[in-house]
Design a protein around this ligand. Structure first.
Ligand code: NAD
Length: 350
């Protein structure tokens, strides 16, 4: 059988092929890997023809019409090589009887460490210093930052990544607050859980680590921004839809928001992971964001470490083995015995 891997870059080919070749996966005996460098979309879904399984990433289109087309061409398994599944219509996938599995955990430290990189770049202006020094300008005006020790950091969503961030920030000597509708004991050794409205006014930095679901879409909006301390900074390495972009632009313009670092962006699907340097980018909100000296944007790369890519490849191929051997898959998002199993762990449906 064929596994069609959509949106695959050179690094995907390298890590998936290496792990596939070097491990004892059942799939090695019967599966042919077919790499497509274009993403899955209504326009490309026909190219899944001949594949029984597909492998997709964060910005591939897994809407109900695409799932129906996949089913029509004979695809039966969907392997997400990522944790988030907000781009997938789970109910449609279940109705059509797909096997669907994700990679729920891969080096949460990779993302947490990147969030730290963003916090400190934004806070200490190393992005500006880098450019300035290359021009022979060694002036420090405009580069003033804050010592992290003693500052209050709010973590919104304390799962695997939020907890990894808490561990690191404890080392910096930060005071940690968290908002999560499902509190666990694991965080309590690092800080205090609060309601979001009580957390926001106290924080110097807010880092987002919750999934994108109905109840978290635009969790950072005009109203929540007003509750934040003047000059506080926001870091988002989770999903772009957590932030209402127009509202953060307004808050940056009136200087209420002190800085914004985005690894993810609400309208990233048509831009990220592609080279648009010869294009006229039509997204005026993104382009406006890029004009602020206190805004950093990276292209959804927080996960991007050698360790994480290895773990993603291994887990994806283990999920494929479970599909081939027809055994229960612990990373299944949809299964007949326990419909929408994963959704039970989050408060509201996607
Ligand atoms: P996780 O499931 O371990 O943790 C998510 C946490 O969010 C849970 O504790 C959950 O209770 C909490 N939560 C649920 N609803 C909430 C709400 N309404 N408000 C606040 N918290 C809420 O997930 P994780 O592995 O820590 O990943 C977190 C997110 O990071 C993922 O959803 C994914 O979107 C994103 N992510 C981004 C990258 C990247 O490269 N930028 C890589 C991996 C994951």
């Amino acid at each position: 059988m064929k596994l069609a891997i959509f949106g695959s870059k050179q690094y995907d080919k390298r890590f998936i092929s290496t792990v596939f070749a070097s491990s004892e996966f059942e799939s090695k005996k019967s599966v042919e890997l077919v790499f497509h460098d274009f993403p899955l979309s209504p326009d490309t879904v026909a190219l899944a023809q001949g594949a029984e399984a597909i492998c997709v990433f964060v910005n591939d289109n897994l809407s109900a019409p695409v799932l129906e087309s996949l089913h029509d061409v004979g695809v039966r398994a969907i392997l997400l090589r990522c944790a988030g599944f907000n781009n997938l219509d789970l109910e449609a996938a279940e109705r059509l009887g797909f096997f669907v599995a994700n990679v729920p955990a891969y080096s949460p430290e990779a993302v947490a460490e990147f969030a730290i990189a963003l916090i400190q770049t934004l806070n200490r202006n190393t992005h500006r210093a880098y450019n300035r020094v290359r021009e022979g300008n060694f002036n420090l005006d405009g580069l003033l930052g804050k010592t992290l020790r003693g500052k209050t950091v709010g973590i919104v969503g304390v799962g695997k990544i939020g907890l990894a961030l808490a561990r690191i920030l404890q080392g910096f000597g930060c005071r940690l607050l968290a908002f999560d509708p499902f509190p666990t004991d694991a965080f309590k050794q690092y800080g205090e859980y609060l309601a979001l409205d009580d957390l926001l006014p106290q924080c110097d930095f807010v880092s987002l680590h919750c999934p994108l679901i109905d109840s978290t879409r635009h969790i950072i909006n005009e109203h929540s921004l007003l509750k934040m301390k003047k000059g506080a900074m926001i870091v988002n390495t989770s999903r772009g839809g957590l932030i209402h972009t127009k509202s953060v632009i307004a808050a940056l313009k009136n200087r209420h928001l002190g800085g914004l670092a985005l690894d993810v962006y609400e309208a990233e699907a048509t831009l990220f992971y592609q080279d648009h340097s010869d294009d006229i980018i039509q997204d005026d909100e993104l382009m406006r964001l890029l004009t602020f000296p206190n805004v950093l944007v990276s292209g959804h790369q927080a996960f991007f470490t050698e360790e994480a890519l290895t773990e993603i490849s291994e887990c994806t191929l283990r999920n494929l083995d479970d599909f081939l051997q027809k055994v229960p898959c612990k990373n299944s998002l949809v299964n007949k015995e326990k419909p929408l199993a994963k959704l039970a762990s989050i408060p509201v449906r996607i």
